[in-house]
Design a protein. Structure first.
Length: 340
């Protein structure tokens, strides 16, 4: 698929009720939207980073958010069985409870135009919408799992989701018809999967698990939409928390939630380079990428954002009042939605 733009979504939730904060910035071939929980109405991260407190979102335990490629249509979940959507870039929000949903939603993804949404509930099914969240379908073919992450192709037809479970864990699941039917992809193994990312056409996937202390905790990649998987031993075994991809799936970046090291690959996960970020004395929790993979943004448990404009070779700590936050960072998720 030939693409023009790619959005990466980075969203942060802390252990308190707060409003959504939004920042939009055009970068390279794509755009970056980041959501965070802060205290002041407008903050400057750097000369080009301005945040707006979207009080229309109300104060909730926000856990995940997804966006259309132009940033106008947003969807977010807050550890309840309600999905919230906005059609004006986050100024106003509407909440709806999909029929049959009784468990908390943990993850959500969007197509490039924001019309197709897919959300995974913890210990429940995956739910999909084709009208921007107005109505929802309970996709019982997905099975009930403890969904931890979901990713979408640009057109919303190809979905890939990972689940986690105590003990042996769970599998990667894929759909090629917008969530109507699902396949359990066993070749990647049964693990406590933490994150999955996709190329814009949905063919190249990369997933990581948080199997702390368990064997074969590598990065796993697929070039055929999840049918077969390769254990990328060059990545090393780590307690992975997040992984991100460029739009073509060649450039990957991942973080280990027990260190201040960021891992990058320029060949789809075959070889890896590790860079220690000395300014960060805490652990990285999440990472996201521009469409071409050159610009990366990572977030740490010290509540600072770190940025790179050279594909992860060097990093800059974006200092601001975040260090005054006493609340602990809870989780950061991401989705990639590209426009063809």
């Amino acid at each position: 698929m030939k693409f023009a733009f790619c959005w990466k979504i980075l969203h942060t939730v802390v252990h308190i009720h707060n409003c959504i904060y939004m920042k939009k910035r055009m970068i390279a071939l794509g755009s970056l939207i980041m959501f965070s929980i802060l205290f002041s109405s407008t903050l400057t991260l750097a000369a080009t980073y301005t945040w707006t407190q979207q009080i229309g979102s109300s104060q909730r335990d926000w856990y995940a958010v997804a966006s259309s490629d132009d940033g106008s249509r947003l969807a977010a979940v807050d550890l309840t069985n309600v999905v919230y959507t906005s059609s004006d870039g986050g100024v106003t929000w509407q909440g709806s409870t999909p029929a049959g949903a009784t468990r908390a939603f943990y993850t959500i993804a969007s197509s490039n135009d924001g019309s197709k949404l897919a959300a995974g509930a913890y210990g429940d099914y995956i739910y999909t919408s084709t009208d921007g969240g107005k109505t929802w379908t309970q996709q019982t073919a997905s099975g009930q799992h403890y969904w931890s992450d979901i990713t979408s192709s640009a057109n919303g037809d190809k979905l890939a989701a990972v689940a986690t479970r105590d003990g042996l864990g769970d599998y990667v699941y894929t759909s090629t018809d917008g969530g109507k039917t699902w396949k359990q992809q066993t070749s990647a193994g049964q693990r406590r999967w933490a994150s999955i990312t996709s190329s814009s056409n949905g063919q190249k996937l990369a997933a990581v698990s948080g199997n702390f202390g368990l064997p074969n905790n590598y990065v796993y990649t697929s070039s055929d939409g999840g049918k077969t998987w390769t254990q990328q031993t060059a990545s090393g075994q780590h307690y992975w928390s997040d992984i991100t991809s460029s739009a073509n799936g060649d450039k990957l970046a991942a973080v280990d939630q027990t260190s201040n090291i960021i891992y990058t690959s320029n060949d789809g996960g075959v070889t890896w380079t590790s860079v220690m970020v000395p300014q960060n004395t805490n652990n990285f929790q999440a990472i996201t990428s521009s469409s071409n993979g050159d610009k990366l943004t990572a977030i740490s448990t010290n509540a600072y954002i770190y940025t790179s404009s050279d594909g992860g070779k060097t990093w800059t700590q974006q200092t601001m009042s975040w260090s005054r936050l006493s609340e602990q960072l809870f989780r950061v998720d991401k989705w990639s939605v590209c426009r063809g």
